[in-house]
Design a protein around this ligand. Structure first.
Ligand SMILES: *[C@@H]1O[C@H](CO)[C@@H](O)[C@H](O)[C@H]1NC(C)=O
Ligand SMILES: *[C@@H]1O[C@H](CO)[C@@H](O)[C@H](O)[C@H]1NC(C)=O
Ligand SMILES: *[C@@H]1O[C@H](CO)[C@@H](O)[C@H](O)[C@H]1NC(C)=O
Length: 405
């Protein structure tokens, strides 16, 4: 018993030594290891974890009046060397991290987080909050978008457009398929993630109480889109909107690639998703969170995907794709400002309504999870569950539904 208790003491002590000057003593007479662990567990259990992808997205949460995530810095093994710390409020209710950019950085950082012994994340709401490009058919610079689906659009075959068959609309062809319009025949499992639509609806309602920032550079840039009726939303003032997101490591610009990926979003989700934003990480972050849910360390029903808009995915009439790309991010300032503008009401609501609503979880009335049905249920896209509608067994014989139903 002493040996068991001492090894738990060591386990307990190591991650905590950074936070406490005097960890106290441990009695060898602890009745059982399980009870010992429960009693001594002081891991940080955030109510909200804010996930940004580069420095400015993280900084968006610093220096705001509502809460101070720089009260406690926790270095987490496996985070990016450029962003090695999680930042938390003193009471640990709200934490924030930066994954670093692109799919590999995002998946690696979030995998390190979900398996970190420093945190208890079983009830944590993960709030992806970054900037993105947008289709001018759907929204404009400064808009705050909340996604239900994230689609990995560049996970495809590719032929350079100059060599594609004449009757193909694009050089991108779903894997294992022989035409751009055929559903992917070779599936990796990361193509589509679907998150809790009921939680998303609540978040949108909270975010809609915000006054979004707008500025002259954004107004001037978006005015270029006013000449085409289908780009009316692109030329209008920023708003909080529900629409879906496309992940690709390639930062593209152009009518042809945007149309191809818009079609990929519709195809992969069986025409359920409405593509609006393009970014480089969300599918990767969701993939790592889904693995965390399978390992019973996080609840996949507690994920929000917000992207505010810094640029357009395609040019305005009379503009080239290159001119739009090299204009950079004309809405950068408003996009960064609106991360906190739209996000703080969401964070505040989760913390304020913790006991009455959020601790227990917001039941998802839609399917949540991946294309394989790994968390149980029947996906509303793709070929159907390969686990017969039941959760996959992450640990032999220990399946558990991760939805709050
Ligand atoms: C946490 O780190 C930030 C810089 O990343 C720093 O400004 C802040 O003072 C640090 N907080 C503490 C409590 O050391
Ligand atoms: C993590 O937190 C939850 C909720 O407070 C608690 O039920 C659970 O026992 C904790 N997990 C561990 C391993 O301490
Ligand atoms: C999605 O579309 C593909 C291709 O048409 C089809 O095979 C699959 O059954 C559809 N899935 C659902 C859930 O409707």
């Amino acid at each position: 018993m002493w040996a068991l208790a001492s090894s738990f003491f060591l386990l307990w002590l190591c991650p905590r030594i950074a936070f406490f000057s005097g960890p106290g003593t441990v009695s060898a007479s602890s009745p059982s290891a399980a009870r010992f662990w429960r009693q001594r567990d002081t891991r940080i259990a955030p109510k909200v974890f804010l996930i940004g992808m580069f420095g400015s997205e993280g900084d968006a949460w610093h220096g705001i009046p509502d809460f101070n995530v720089l009260e406690r810095n926790i270095s987490v093994p496996g985070f990016s060397p450029r962003f090695p710390d999680a930042h938390c409020t003193k009471n640990g209710d709200i934490c924030q991290l930066v994954t670093d950019e692109g799919e590999i950085n995002a998946a690696s950082t979030i995998a390190a987080l979900v398996h970190s012994p420093l945190f208890n994340l079983t009830q944590t709401y993960f709030f992806i909050a970054g900037i993105a490009g947008i289709s001018p058919k759907m929204g404009t610079l400064g808009s705050a978008t909340f996604a239900r689906y994230a689609v990995q659009v560049a996970l495809q075959f590719e032929i350079d457009g100059r060599e594609k068959p004449a009757d193909f609309s694009t050089g991108y062809i779903p894997q294992g398929s022989t035409s751009p319009s055929q559903y992917p025949q070779t599936i990796y499992g990361t193509e589509v993630y679907e998150v809790n639509n009921d939680l998303r609806a609540l978040a949108i309602a909270f975010a809609q109480t915000a006054v979004l920032a707008d500025d002259t550079p954004s107004q001037q840039y978006r005015r270029q889109y006013s000449s085409r009726p289908e780009f009316a939303h692109g030329a209008a003032p920023p708003a909080v909107i529900p629409c879906d997101t496309a992940t690709a490591d390639v930062f593209w610009s152009g009518e042809l690639l945007s149309t191809a990926f818009e079609h990929a979003v519709a195809l992969f989700t069986n025409r359920t998703a409405a593509y609006c934003t393009s970014q480089q990480e969300d599918s990767a972050t969701l993939g790592a969170l889904l693995r965390g849910a399978l390992a019973r360390r996080v609840d996949f029903a507690r994920v929000l995907v917000m992207r505010t808009v810094s640029d357009f995915d395609r040019p305005a009439d009379g503009q080239t794709a290159a001119a739009n790309l090299f204009a950079g991010t004309p809405g950068f300032e408003v996009a960064i400002k609106n991360i906190a503008a739209a996000g703080v009401p969401v964070v505040n609501a989760i913390v304020a309504q913790w006991e009455t609503r959020f601790r227990a979880g917001v039941p998802a009335s839609n399917y949540i999870g991946d294309i394989w049905g790994s968390l149980g249920g029947t996906p509303d896209f793709g070929p159907g569950s390969i686990f017969g509608g039941k959760p996959a067994l992450a640990h032999r014989g220990q399946a558990r539904p991760t939805r709050d139903v």
